[in-house]
Design a protein around this ligand. Structure first.
Ligand SMILES: Cc1cc2nc3c(=O)[nH]c(=O)nc-3n(C[C@H](O)[C@H](O)[C@H](O)COP(=O)(O)OP(=O)(O)OC[C@H]3O[C@@H](n4cnc5c(N)ncnc54)[C@H](O)[C@@H]3O)c2cc1C
Length: 287
């Protein structure tokens, strides 16, 4: 299928991209890896009159690890997957990313593009929520930082303004006593999550002192599981405690059924994958 005609710009700086976004308003779309936008354009589900390709903006690429981890919005899955610094500072991110699509998708797809697109079955949003990351944006009014918990607002919808660009994602390094993991039931063809669960656990001695669990794939948007998190808090992180907490997963969220999996099946899988992700996260936190 051939997309409808569009004008094409390839700015070399964030400032230039913002000024193009201001100039063309609703007509314009940012082009990152193109692995979600271009299929939508070919199917005529999206017909932007203007594409602003941000691939030439060098400042948006790469991973910097200091006190925290700063991942440029245009950093590809491939870079994240193979980044040695990330593997030791926050190993769950390369682990999540290695499970995305296939090598072609990982060579082109970007973290910023995936978060902006907010596909309900995308993997990274669950990890970003469980890690309590921050999303840095740049718009005509300057920069702002959005907590991951405030970023996803509905299916394919975020709190990003139409003329704003995601510039970076800030993630805390995982230290002693902290562990995170991702467990996913992938669609066998696309690898998108039929159900995916990301879990973060902090142990203080033999007690769980912090826990965040986020589900993707099951509902219209990635969702934190407050009841599961509460059940884990102050528990000993034992298999019994995890099984009990995982039973709460999916309780307070919309779960959708489709041709790939019914609502009931997804609800059942949310509990199974929550247990798996928590089991690995606790084991890592104890190391
Ligand atoms: C065959 C196939 C299999 C896939 N499998 C998986 C999978 O298993 N798991 C998974 O999570 N994903 C999967 N994906 C999606 C893939 O990861 C996409 O690359 C990703 O979701 C979008 O990133 P992108 O860089 O390609 O963004 P694009 O397609 O370029 O853009 C997506 C949207 O985000 C906007 N946008 C992009 N960058 C920015 C920015 N910096 N600031 C503001 N807005 C921006 C664009 O305007 C557009 O609306 C798959 C895709 C394909 C084609």
């Amino acid at each position: 299928m051939i997309p409808s005609a569009f004008e094409y710009f390839a700015p070399a700086s964030v400032a230039e991209a913002i000024s193009l976004l201001e100039q063309y308003g609703d007509e314009a779309k940012i082009l990152a890896g193109g692995h979600s936008l271009l299929p939508a354009m070919k199917l005529r589900l999206a017909s932007p009159g203007v594409l602003i390709d941000i691939n030439k903006i060098a400042e948006l690429r790469g991973v910097v690890i200091n006190g925290s981890i700063n991942i440029g919005a245009m950093t590809t899955w491939h870079t994240i997957e193979h980044h040695d610094g990330l593997k030791s500072a926050c190993g769950v991110l390369p682990e999540v990313v290695a499970q995305i699509g296939d090598i072609q998708v990982r060579n082109r797809g970007t973290l910023g593009g995936a978060l902006a697109h907010a596909d309900p079955a995308a993997d990274a949003p669950a990890a970003i929520l469980a890690l309590d990351a921050q999303i840095r944006t740049h718009g005509p009014g300057g920069e702002r930082t959005i907590a991951a918990g405030d970023f996803f607002t509905d299916m394919l919808t975020t709190s990003l303004e139409p003329n704003e660009l995601i510039t970076a994602i800030i993630v805390n390094k995982l230290g002693a006593g902290e562990g995170a993991a991702y467990a996913k039931f992938p669609h066998p063809a696309s690898r998108y999550a039929i159900v995916g669960v990301a879990a973060y656990v902090k142990m203080n001695g033999d007690k769980v002192s912090a826990c965040r669990v986020a589900v993707t794939g099951a509902g219209p948007m990635p969702t934190r599981q407050g009841d599961t998190e509460q059940a884990m808090l102050n528990s000993d992180g034992s298999a019994e405690a995890i099984a009990k907490a995982a039973e709460e997963a999916g309780a307070n969220m919309d779960v959708l059924g489709d041709i790939h999996a019914s609502e009931d099946y997804r609800r059942a899988m949310v509990k199974v994958y929550a247990r798996r992700a928590l089991t690995t996260a606790v084991a890592r936190a104890r190391r």
